[in-house]
Design a protein around this ligand. Structure first.
Ligand SMILES: Cc1ncc(COP(=O)(O)O)c(C=O)c1O
Length: 422
């Protein structure tokens, strides 16, 4: 009997738990104590500098900065590009709310566009159709296991003189045509929040290979201070500031975050490779199940990386509503099985009209109302096609992966017993 109907779950998570997340060891512990004892608790400490040198070497073609989280990195990227009131920024409808919220927070208008039904990432033709005289930037999001088509996006952006901010929150370590995601557009943004594949609890990385943008970003994350404006005193200390400034606030990270981050960065490639191997194996097992389609593999994704494992589900071919299937799979495996993000034109956590600061004029209010967008692909994915679960599962063994396929088959074999729930 299926676990959802009171039967024995396929996996007993008490005796056989899934890999836990985050992964940490003595290295992180030792660093945290060292940061504590050093008394350097704020920003630009030695471990933050160590993270930056590590990232410079890793990304080779990009100049990194660290910031408080992956929402603010998007906001600072927009501010560095001087995007503000009266401007439009094109954002895919299927993403975490932060991608669009950052646009609201610089007082520009997020223009929501639909996604590609196969990759779930921004559809380049929808992007181009949405371009107007006011469009200043596009934010492709490399969602879950797939990559936005950076060839098409960069070519459309170039044609219309639009900046590209890559939201690579999900994609630390992935590459497109041999280039790191996050280093292809004008500015790349990563999240280091706990759920992400590289984490220090909260945090974000900004990446650019344009010196002028890097200088603006550096100032924007640090109350407008530019290191080039610092005046050194005779002993080499810094005591003053001169030159031009931009208005900003404190968006920095602490040395405690850096202490954890440096060790997590060192683990990233190995974990990504393991997740990729496991995801490919699971793809191969699921591809023979009717009604289940693994995510596509684009040969331009020269290094694929996974934030959560996802696949496309077909209610008719499988014979059950997606919502029932997800619950049944979660019950067999003892994990949370979800749909994708809620499309932003109807998303519980994306409510632009609730803030007075955005209500500048009736026209602006209308412009930022997400319900004005029609996004059929995103809505169908959310309602009936998307199945996602946590990337920690991909850090398990081959047997763990086989058990996921076994659970899917068990549900398929017993689908008739679930029809009453539909
Ligand atoms: C696609 C995407 N962009 C941006 C963010 C924001 O990152 P943070 O939570 O670090 O602010 C997230 C985090 O969930 C995300 O998934």
């Amino acid at each position: 009997m299926l676990a959802l109907l009171g039967g024995k779950p396929l996996r007993d998570v008490q005796s056989r738990p899934w890999p836990s997340w985050p992964v940490w060891g003595e290295e992180e512990k030792e660093r945290l104590v060292r940061a504590l004892e050093s008394g350097i608790w704020s920003y630009n400490g030695p471990m933050e500098q160590e993270c930056l040198s590590w990232l410079r070497e890793y990304f080779s073609s990009g100049m990194p900065l660290l910031a408080a989280n992956g929402t603010l990195t998007l906001q600072l990227a927009l501010e560095a590009l001087d995007v503000g009131y009266g401007d439009e920024v094109i954002v895919p409808a299927l993403t975490w709310q932060a991608t669009a919220a950052a646009v609201l927070d610089v007082n520009a208008v997020p223009v929501l566009v639909d996604v590609d039904p196969d990759t779930w990432c921004i559809d380049p033709s929808c992007f181009e159709e949405a371009v107007t005289q006011r469009t200043r930037a596009v934010i492709p999001v490399h969602l879950y296991g797939c990559t936005a088509d950076m060839d098409a996006i960069c070519s459309i952006a170039r044609k219309h003189h639009i900046a590209v901010i890559e939201d690579a929150a999900h994609k630390f370590g992935a590459q497109w045509r041999g280039k790191h995601l996050g280093s292809i557009g004008d500015i790349g943004s990563f999240s280091l929040q706990l759920s992400k594949v590289v984490t220090c609890g909260e945090g974000g990385i900004l990446l650019t290979n344009q010196q002028d943008l890097w200088e603006r970003l550096e100032a924007l994350r640090n109350c407008g201070r530019r290191s080039s404006n610092m005046i050194a005193d005779a002993s080499g200390g810094q005591y003053g500031l001169e030159g031009d400034f931009i208005q900003s606030g404190n968006y920095r990270i602490t040395e405690f975050q850096a202490a954890v981050l440096i060790e997590q960065l060192k683990r990233a490639d190995e974990q990504n490779e393991l997740r990729l191997r496991r995801a490919r194996y699971l793809d191969s097992l699921l591809s023979i199940c009717p009604g289940i389609r693994p995510m596509p593999f684009d040969e331009r994704e020269t290094k694929k990386a996974y934030f959560n494992y996802t696949f496309s589900y077909d209610e008719k071919d499988f014979g059950l509503p997606a919502e029932v299937f997800r619950r049944a799979l979660g019950a067999e495996l003892g994990i949370e099985v979800d749909s994708c993000y809620q499309p932003l034109n109807d998303c519980t956590l994306y409510r632009p009209l609730t803030k007075r600061r955005y209500q500048i004029s009736p026209e602006h209010r209308k412009a930022i109302d997400p319900s004005r967008f029609t996004l059929p692909v995103s809505q169908e994915l959310y309602a009936s096609r998307a199945v996602t679960f946590h990337h920690k599962v991909l850090l398990g063994s081959e047997e763990d992966i086989e058990q996921i396929a076994e659970a899917v088959n068990k549900i398929a074999d017993n689908r008739d017993s679930l029809r009453a729930l539909s």
